[in-house]
Design a protein around this ligand. Structure first.
Ligand SMILES: NC(=O)c1ccc[n+]([C@@H]2O[C@H](COP(=O)([O-])OP(=O)(O)OC[C@H]3O[C@@H](n4cnc5c(N)ncnc54)[C@H](O)[C@@H]3O)[C@@H](O)[C@H]2O)c1
Length: 418
């Protein structure tokens, strides 16, 4: 079985299925198709299929129906692994997708989990689902974990040139995963187990979260002592070793950095392991949007009473950038939305401008024209998109809170830096 699949991969005759053609599935599927494999994408959202289908390489086709999974030699699962409302790991979408894969599982198939999960998920949650079909892992079918490490909006790194970490449930699975990804990406980093591959991804995200939380804390200290934190970071970064610059901001958002540490903490709790540093970083990141909202409310203070007094008009605030990351339209776990909520709780009417998110939850991105800006009591730069006219914001002379360092070169009584 294993040698047959290796032969098919080497000859580019293996057929590949991608389950979940969202951001990750699309990028991965394109790279696999461009490497010469016939690739089928299986996507539950028909609107997404309509949106993508004409833009993909000819050997990358999309399907809603999963029947063709049975034709695939390799299946990569790229579905979401979000949090529940209670802020706990939610692997139900992944489990449901794997169960669909199990229904079409055939001898000789290699299944690769790409969704970000806590260590142990592939072995303890995924494998038992696949085992229900009665096939044996390591001889009848193979199972590996390879974390997705794409960085949305990063034009220097794509699936092809980001090294792919691969761990298997057992040696044959690992070997097959390594051979497959070796024929798609420039470099493969084999690790000795699925757990090691899962923890690699978790470590990368926790590392970022802790450093972001640390720099936000040091920024608070620097602000209180009237020290320019941006100058300090640049000075520290002049050290050629041992320091990696992170910058202050409104907190880390998106699907990975704030989410995976919570998967880790849940797993640690179940194993009676205490991870106080990770816990603190998670807490600190959760509080950061509130801190920013309070800074804005303090700046607006006075106006809050003045304008609500008598005529009932609420103070008006403009959030500039509401996606979780610059130059993208993805609002998942965006801290700008958390700042929005906190401002509303503080009695403020919130507007937003985001060239990448023209509509959201019944709101529309406002134009940055003079007449509109005149009505604002406060402007907060939350996501530093490239194509925003910051000069127009400055020219409005409105109180302007820059949470991302885009106005570092500007000073003025109305400009506030974090
Ligand atoms: N977006 C990123 O930057 C990024 C980076 C690294 C890792 N990840 C991880 O990769 C995984 C996927 O993330 P994403 O950003 O691509 O999510 P996404 O929401 O953009 O895409 C997931 C897609 O899966 C589809 N889907 C869900 N269940 C399905 C099913 N049963 N069958 C077929 N399709 C199904 C959804 O309709 C959606 O289009 C997550 O675990 C995430 O944490 C994401």
């Amino acid at each position: 079985m294993k040698n047959l699949l290796i032969k098919k991969i080497t000859e580019k005759k293996a057929v590949v299925g991608i389950v979940g053609v969202g951001y990750v599935g699309e990028s991965l599927g394109r790279a696999i198709a461009e490497a010469g494999f016939t690739t089928h994408g299986f996507e539950a959202d028909e609107a997404r299929i309509r949106l993508l289908k004409d833009s993909l390489p000819v050997n990358f086709t999309l399907h809603c129906d999963k029947k063709l999974l049975n034709n695939c030699d390799i299946v990569c699962v790229c579905v979401p692994t979000p949090l529940t409302k209670e802020n706990l790991p939610n692997t139900s979408i992944l489990e449901a997708a794997v169960d669909e894969v199990r229904q079409q599982l055939k001898k000789g198939q290699l299944i690769i989990i790409e969704s970000s999960v806590a260590p142990g998920t592939t072995r303890n949650i995924i494998l038992p689902i696949l085992n229900k079909g009665g096939l044996r892992v390591g001889c009848d079918f193979f199972l590996a974990f390879s974390p997705e490490r794409v960085d949305p909006g990063n034009s220097n790194y794509s699936v092809r040139n980001i090294p792919k970490v691969v761990g298997g449930i057992e040696d044959n699975s690992q070997r097959l995963g390594v051979v497959f990804y070796g024929s798609v990406v420039e470099k493969v980093v084999p690790v000795e187990s699925c757990e090691a591959a899962e923890l690699t991804k978790v470590l990368e995200n926790v590392f970022r979260l802790i450093n972001i939380s640390l720099i936000n804390e040091i920024a608070d200290y620097a602000r209180a002592l009237n020290i320019n934190i941006w100058e300090v970071i640049n000075a520290a970064a002049s050290k050629p070793f041992g320091f990696l610059a992170h910058y202050p901001g409104p907190g880390a958002g998106g699907y990975c950095i704030p989410v995976l540490p919570i998967y880790l903490l849940d797993s640690a709790k179940k194993n009676n392991i205490s991870l106080p540093l990770v816990e603190l970083a998670t807490l600190s990141n959760r509080k950061q949007p509130e801190k920013i909202a309070n800074m804005a409310l303090t700046i607006m203070n006075g106006k809050l009473h003045k304008s609500t007094n008598g005529n009932g008009i609420k103070p008006q605030a403009l959030l500039v950038g509401i996606s979780y990351k610059e130059n993208l339209g993805d609002t998942r776990e965006s801290v700008a939305l958390k700042i929005w909520n906190k401002l509303e709780e503080g009695g403020v009417e919130v507007h937003y401008h985001d060239p990448y998110v023209l509509r959201l939850n019944g709101f529309t991105s406002s134009d940055l024209n003079e007449e509109f800006l005149k009505k604002m009591d406060m402007i907060i730069v939350t996501t530093p998109h490239r194509n925003i006219s910051y000069e127009t914001l400055i020219a409005s002379k409105k109180p302007l809170l820059d949470t991302r360092g885009v106005l570092n070169n500007y000073t003025g009584a109305n400009i506030y830096h974090i």
